[in-house]
Design a binder for this molecule. Structure first.
Ligand SMILES: Cc1cc2nc3c(=O)[nH]c(=O)nc-3n(C[C@H](O)[C@H](O)[C@H](O)COP(=O)(O)OP(=O)(O)OC[C@H]3O[C@@H](n4cnc5c(N)ncnc54)[C@H](O)[C@@H]3O)c2cc1C
Length: 471
């Protein structure tokens, strides 16, 4: 029986990064993956959605090209070509992960892994079952779409995000359940290619839940209204504060009845609420690992309650984000290599790749108030930013939140072009406890969108230049 220092079950962003880092730290590593390397993120999440959204952006830019003195308004699209683009991007990145692991001599076994006892895992491969020994075991089994029975998901008319990624035809109309990250991104995609999109959200505002496990919304309600207006302007019908009561499929059509009594007929329904954490059938009970509502309970060292067994990424719940999973992977490898590190989730930026994008880090003004932290805030609209004007993308705003007493940057929210990129500067500020003045007084390149960040900080301290301050 082959013995390893570390056995990792699951080759998504959490697992493959743990494998890379552990191998770099001199460990003999086994990585067990039941499907494709790269996990949800590379195969059914982050990457394919971004490839599809790039196609949507190119198409929309062509449609709007006259503004720039170019006429590409007769552009057409080919759904199979869009799928081929997406598949190629995914393949390239998955084979990149395979290369990175093999270059480090990580042993990759294709099959379903299960813990049989502390230090032993069993893998069910196409050729039968194999057993491996390891000093440390890392569970990185991730998550998958929740198959909520009430929605009668059939993969044909009523879809999960996995199904929606593979449609070879753009539906005439689609109802999307949930105005979170996945719902808004798919809504953006289908709307760009002409589907009539309706998004139904039971909470009072769009993007209701993307926030550190707290029930309070992280997106400032005013920015959420801006986002909702922007979606509506594109022709997406956004209904908040209403539940789906019933879904029926008849003659290849879906009839969704809302709590308001309205019934909406559509070719497809995408259910983009809820992920099921993959903690079943992996042998947790054989060693007595503690879970809480499906998530594996870990401490700040990513240790389960059983010595030498760790869990990382989505399967531990909390923020279901790839960059958080990757950080877990890095940290767990270092902990196993006896480095003095632990996880720190104080600063985890997030982004939604709608058009315009949405991103945030740290805490919102609302949350700061709930925690009785006195704040100063500043906002700067993209309408007053030269680069945004030259891109013809002036919707949105940068908002900065700082402590009133020290001016330490404690949060930021961006709705606007390249928000996903711009948030990195503010993540650095929050992580390293920089002050609003530190950001405001740093010279930012002109003309760039990042000047809006600098100016939001200027606005917070009463020094804004490119808007007129109310007297
Ligand atoms: C549509 C969509 C879009 C997303 N977009 C983004 C985004 O833009 N940015 C972002 O940060 N996050 C995004 N996410 C979330 C992101 O994909 C996840 O947070 C991330 O993939 C979690 O990584 P993980 O390694 O913990 O789990 P996963 O990526 O789910 O990987 C787990 C792996 O374990 C394997 N596995 C499970 N059980 C076993 C077993 N018993 N034996 C062997 N292998 C097993 C699975 O096959 C899988 O490959 C998106 C998710 C979705 C669904």
């Amino acid at each position: 029986m082959e013995e390893f220092d570390v056995s990792i079950i699951g080759g998504g962003p959490a697992g493959y990064v743990a494998a890379i880092r552990a191998a770099d730290l001199g460990k003999k590593v086994l990585l067990v993956e039941g499907r494709e390397l790269g996990g949800t993120c590379l195969n059914r999440g982050c990457i394919p959605t971004k490839a599809l959204l790039k196609s949507a952006e190119v198409y929309l830019e062509a449609k709007e090209s006259k503004v720039f003195g170019i006429d590409a308004t007769n552009a057409t699209f080919n759904p199979e070509g869009i799928q081929a683009w997406k598949t190629n991007v995914v393949k390239k990145l998955v084979s990149g992960v395979d290369f990175l692991l093999k270059a480090r001599k990580v042993v990759i076994v294709q099959g379903k892994g299960k813990i049989v006892d502390v230090g032993t895992i069993e893998v069910h491969t196409a050729n039968g079952s194999e057993t491996y020994k390891a000093k440390d075991i890392v569970i990185a089994t991730g998550s998958e779409p929740a198959m909520i029975p009430a929605f009668k998901i059939d993969g044909v008319n009523v879809l999960t995000s996995d199904d929606a990624l593979n449609l070879n035809k753009i539906p005439k109309d689609i109802l999307i359940v949930g105005a979170g990250a996945i719902g808004v991104e798919f809504g953006t995609f289908f709307n760009a290619f002409g589907s009539k999109v309706t998004i139904v959200e039971m909470m009072p505002q769009v993007i209701p839940t993307l926030c550190y496990e707290k029930k309070r919304s992280c997106i400032d309600p005013r920015i959420a209204s801006m986002i909702q207006r922007s979606l509506t302007k594109k022709g997406i019908d956004v209904k908040t504060n209403v539940k789906i009561e019933n879904i029926e499929v008849k003659d290849n059509k879906v009839f969704s009845t809302l709590g308001s009594g309205e019934t909406i007929e559509s070719e497809k329904v995408l259910v983009s609420i809820g992920r099921k954490l993959n903690s079943d059938d992996i042998g947790l009970e054989s060693v007595g690992i503690v879970t809480d509502k499906g998530k594996i309970v870990v401490d700040e060292y990513l240790r389960t309650n059983v010595p030498h067994i760790y869990a990382i990424g989505d399967v531990t719940g909390g923020m279901l984000l790839a960059h958080k999973a990757m950080k877990d992977g890095e940290v767990v490898a270092e902990i196993i290599a006896e480095k003095d590190v632990k996880v720190d989730y104080r600063v985890v930026p997030w982004a939604i790749f709608s058009n315009p994008e949405i991103a945030a880090v740290g805490i919102s003004e609302e949350e700061a108030k709930a925690q009785e932290i006195g704040v100063i805030t500043g906002e700067f609209p993209f309408t007053a930013n030269g680069k945004a004007v030259s891109m013809n993308q002036t919707d949105g705003v940068v908002k900065i939140i700082g402590r009133k007493d020290t001016h330490e940057v404690i949060g930021a929210q961006i709705f606007g072009p390249d928000a996903s990129v711009m948030i990195a500067e503010l993540a650095l500020a929050v992580q390293h406890r920089l002050s609003i003045e530190d950001v405001a007084h740093t010279i930012h390149t002109h003309p760039t969108l990042t000047e809006a960040t600098m100016e939001s900080c200027n606005a917070a301290i009463g020094e804004v230049l490119h808007i007129v301050r109310p007297k």
